[in-house]
Design a protein around this ligand. Structure first.
Ligand SMILES: Nc1ncnc2c1ncn2[C@@H]1O[C@H](COP(=O)(O)OP(=O)(O)O)[C@@H](O)[C@H]1O
Ligand SMILES: [Mg+2]
Ligand SMILES: [Zn+2]
Length: 487
């Protein structure tokens, strides 16, 4: 059995990281002050369904309503097995229509068979159609006294205000990393599995506040590292940068060691640039708070990162952008006025590295990509939809999966959140562990216009070096000497 199911809490005190909510609900139970409709909103995998089920059991228990259900009466037993006839769960994502809600409303007309209440748990309630919401509204306004609603959603903003104003709303938090970390430690102790602390920290970081995602990643890590979870194996499995690399990079930057930096750049150049930059920003934020770098240096670093982001938008070669970024950071650590320094700097920039990669489409990769898309759909239809609409397969060769990414801001958020916990593991599953991902940025509208004017086949080659040179000049000043561009 997967860990997320095996360790699904059955009691209030087993729910982690939602103390305020648990407290309010248990108080309401012990004082018998129950509302007739509740809304649980928040991140996926933060305990909404779990809490709804425990809360429902607590209302039905023969000794109840009580914050501590007896666990032995018929009501408790059936609730624990998910087979209580008076606890009706409905998934609004697949029952969105007015007919579905009418059927549910029909149910509310009959008194509970064995429980104290008839409790409806409606998951993903934001998926209901407007007509369905309207139909539900009437019942929400004046429900029979034996009816309780617990609705759950990841997206409360999509609910009509008429619904919001009739429910007691609980916002489920992202769970703090240290809370999840100590929870996973307990799970691993229970499972009798060894682990390196750094590996666990990396898993928790990649689950981004979701307990379910952290348990899913833990499942994979256990399988992948055959029992003993090491940092190296976890890094490999997640396809992320080893966190030690970033601190090494900054050590080398502060030492001014370009040679070793180049070796590292070569090692990491195939990672997604946005991801590398995110990691760097996280590292620098930490440095900001622990005071390990002077403020002025940090400020310069952040400016340099911003410039690099601009270069990435132009689809520049990763190796080139990284070199430029790190070498500029070396200069920025020197105690001169940076502007003078750059003017006087006869920096020779070798843009040899710049060369658009040839693109070749292999049918096999495309098929795998379709499988990947399907699996994403199965996991989460919203995520699948975003993936299908904004990610275009380009190629898959030498273990490198190349795609073009044009997400709208909503999808971009989803991708950011679900890359490590969901998308990356599925890529491992479909394409194999260790598959590198090369993300081509979406062409900017400006690019697209240019494409119309110039023949598309020559555009890629002719157009980009000029843009790169311009960008380099913009950053370093127009007197910069560019030694070589190969293309
Ligand atoms: N706050 C939490 N405390 C303990 N386990 C949790 C918590 N949130 C989620 N989980 C774990 O994740 C799984 C899925 O949680 P669930 O309640 O279905 O999340 P949601 O409904 O918010 O998407 C549970 O089976 C449980 O193992
Ligand atoms: Mg749920
Ligand atoms: Zn009971």
């Amino acid at each position: 059995m997967v860990l997320a199911l095996k360790y699904r809490p059955k009691k209030f005190e087993q729910i982690i990281g939602q103390d305020a909510i648990v407290k309010t609900l248990t108080n309401a139970l012990s004082q018998n002050k129950l509302a007739h409709a509740y809304l649980f909103s928040g991140l996926r995998g933060s305990g909404k369904t779990t809490t709804a089920r425990i809360f429902a059991k607590a209302m039905q228990c023969e000794n109840g309503p009580t914050p501590t259900p007896c666990e032995i009466c018929e009501n408790c037993k059936m609730a624990n097995e998910n087979s209580h006839i008076d606890i009706i769960e409905m998934d609004a994502a697949s029952n969105r229509k007015i007919e579905d809600i009418r059927e549910l409303i029909e149910h509310t007309k009959y008194k509970p068979s064995i429980g104290r209440y008839k409790i409806f748990i409606i998951d993903e309630v934001h998926m209901l159609t407007n007509e369905a919401f309207n139909a539900l509204l009437k019942t929400l306004e004046e429900p029979p006294e034996y009816v309780k609603f617990i609705m759950a959603t990841t997206d409360p903003l999509k609910l009509p205000s008429t619904i919001l104003s009739r429910v007691q709303h609980f916002r489920f938090n992202k769970i703090p990393e240290h809370t999840i970390e100590s929870y996973l430690q307990k799970v691993l102790a229970e499972e009798n599995i060894g682990f390196e602390a750094e590996a666990l920290r990396l898993i928790v970081k990649n689950a981004r506040g979701s307990v379910r995602d952290s348990l899913t990643l833990l499942d994979q890590a256990i399988a992948y590292s055959s029992g003993n979870i090491t940092l190296d194996k976890t890094v490999e499995m997640l396809g992320v940068l080893n966190p030690e690399i970033i601190s090494k990079i900054f050590k080398l930057i502060l030492e001014g060691n370009k040679k070793e930096l180049q070796t590292i750049i070569y090692e990491i150049k195939d990672y997604d640039m946005e991801f590398i930059i995110d990691e760097i920003i996280l590292f620098l934020k930490e440095a900001l708070f622990n005071g390990s770098l002077p403020l002025i240096t940090l400020q310069r670093f952040f400016n340099i990162i911003n410039d690099s982001k601009e270069l990435i938008k132009l689809n520049s070669d990763n190796e080139f952008v990284l070199s430029l970024m790190f070498f500029r950071m070396i200069e920025a650590t020197k105690p001169h006025k940076i502007d003078d320094l750059i003017k006087n700097l006869e920096q020779k920039i070798d843009i040899n590295a710049y060369k658009p990669k040839e693109i070749q489409i292999l049918p096999k990769g495309e098929e795998l990509f379709e499988t990947l898309t399907k699996k994403l759909f199965q996991r989460d239809s919203e995520l699948g939809e975003c993936f299908k609409n904004s990610i275009k397969f380009i190629s898959y060769e030498n273990n490198i999966l190349t795609w073009e990414s044009c997400p709208n801001p909503e999808c971009k958020e989803l991708f950011k959140r679900y890359f490590s916990p969901v998308i990356r593991p599925l890529i491992n599953e479909v394409f194999g562990v260790g598959t590198k991902i090369d993300v081509k940025r979406c062409p900017t509208p400006q690019h697209q216009e240019e494409k119309k004017e110039i023949k598309p086949s020559t555009n890629m080659l002719d157009d980009k070096p000029t843009q790169v040179i311009n960008k380099v000049r913009e950053i370093f000043g127009s007197d910069v000497e560019i030694t070589k561009i190969n293309h």
